[in-house]
Design a protein around this ligand. Structure first.
Ligand SMILES: *Cc1c(COP(=O)(O)O)cnc(C)c1O
Length: 400
């Protein structure tokens, strides 16, 4: 999934345009910047690409989640349901706004199971965050239907699926809003950076103001110092250099995805030879961003045996079931309630009483899937030599 594979003259040109003006700040300095507004242009281009009305750039995918949750009005006393297979950032953001994350099972899409989601809804549920993990679609239509029935907004964590879609509609554009990450290993990257997309103008205004200390961004004779404030905010502003790289990377996104699709197809053919293998359910192959390929073995023991052969052949796969950053039972700091706050917040409330306890065995259906799952990251550039090495290892694994 890494956009850094295709850094080139386009990114350099964009960055130099910023350095030539000397303005790194996304707002103000109208004379010096001579019409160069990279972050604003990146937002406009990204919104257009996603087919939505508004995009708000921020400092990271994690801050995108936090800004979105804040703008949706989520806070202490609230519960937010997300899935147990995601990057830790998804639930860190939920805690960071003062709410409590509740974890739903995943299904063979490796994303939120809509039936389990419905079971986890309570009178305190204020937001639902499905994640389009590993580049492909969650069952977003079914999830949205459950959420709508209970009048709960959906925030799509699309950090790993920029450029993905379902039946021609961009991932991230189904819910109230969708968040993206452009960190250094994502499909398109600005080093650090994030974006939130929405069709809801009021929600976008709230995000825009909150992410910039509450500045209302209404032009006035006193310029920025004279702007009003509707509520307290924080600083999650993207800088012009990141916006510049984003413009160049977005222009390459479709090309990266089509290279990944070609590479994924070649790997899939070799993987399919392994006895008993099945593939992760992809709801719409056309809209898969093809950043990863996930496959299941019949049981955990077979998955381990296959991966041993693959590793010996120089083509070991990722076993997310034992990966400490992406799967619930491996988040020991969450399970133990470890925090720097002397009060025990966010696991304990202001009264010192525990607000929430997490049981590592709470999600057996997901654990059963993860145990037999192997995953390859699909590169944009796959040399013939590397592909041959991977195919040779997969052919060996097919013998067992
Ligand atoms: C990368 C990622 C994030 C966080 O993005 P950063 O830009 O690294 O803060 C959030 N959610 C998921 C699913 C991710 O993969």
């Amino acid at each position: 999934m890494p956009g850094f594979e295709v850094f080139g003259e386009e990114e350099k040109k964009e960055i130099l345009e910023v350095l030539d003006t000397g303005v790194l700040f996304r707002y103000e300095f109208p004379e010096q910047r001579r019409g160069v507004y990279k972050v604003r242009t990146f937002e406009e281009n990204f919104a257009r690409y996603c087919g939505v009305g508004h995009a708000q750039a921020v400092t990271s995918g994690t801050s995108a989640l936090k800004v979105a949750l804040t703008a949706l009005g989520v806070g202490p006393g609230d519960e937010v349901i997300t899935q147990c297979f995601t990057f830790v950032a998804t639930w860190e953001a939920i805690f960071d706004v003062g709410a409590v994350p509740v974890f739903a099972e995943i299904d063979d899409t490796l994303n939120m199971d809509p039936a389990d989601l419905e079971k986890k809804i309570t009178s305190r549920t204020r937001c639902i965050i499905p994640v389009h993990m590993l580049g492909a679609q969650a069952r977003i239509r079914e999830i949205k239907a459950v959420a709508d029935k209970h009048h709960i907004p959906v925030l799509e964590d699309t950090a790993q699926a920029a450029g993905g879609s379902l039946d021609g509609k961009r991932l991230g554009s189904f819910g109230a809003c969708g968040t993206f990450s452009f960190d250094s290993v994502k499909t398109m990257t600005t080093g650090e950076g994030g974006m939130i997309i929405t069709d809801d103008e009021q929600l976008w205004r709230s995000m825009s103001e909150y992410h910039d200390h509450g500045h209302d961004h209404v032009p006035n004779p006193g310029t920025r110092g004279g702007e009003g404030r509707n509520f307290i905010g924080f600083n999650f502003r993207m800088m012009e250099l990141q916006g510049a790289i984003g413009i160049a990377q977005l222009a390459k996104l479709d090309g990266m995805i089509s290279s990944q699709k070609k590479n994924k197809a070649a790997l899939k053919q070799a993987i399919a030879q392994i006895k008993g293998v099945t593939f992760r359910t992809i709801l719409d192959e056309q809209g898969d961003s093809a950043t990863f390929i996930g496959f299941f073995l019949p049981d955990a023991e077979k998955a381990r045996a296959v991966n041993k052969v693959l590793a010996a052949g120089g083509a070991g796969a990722i076993a997310f079931g034992s990966n400490t950053w992406h799967f619930y039972p491996k988040w020991e700091h969450l399970l133990a309630g470890s925090t720097l706050a002397k009060s025990g917040w966010p696991f304990s409330g202001p009264d010192g009483k525990r607000r929430v306890i997490y049981d590592k065995d709470a999600l057996p259906a997901s654990a059963a899937l993860m145990d037999r799952l192997l995953v390859y990251q699909v590169p944009v550039k796959l040399s013939e030599q590397r592909l041959a090495q991977m195919v040779a290892a997969l052919d060996k694994a097919a013998q067992i």
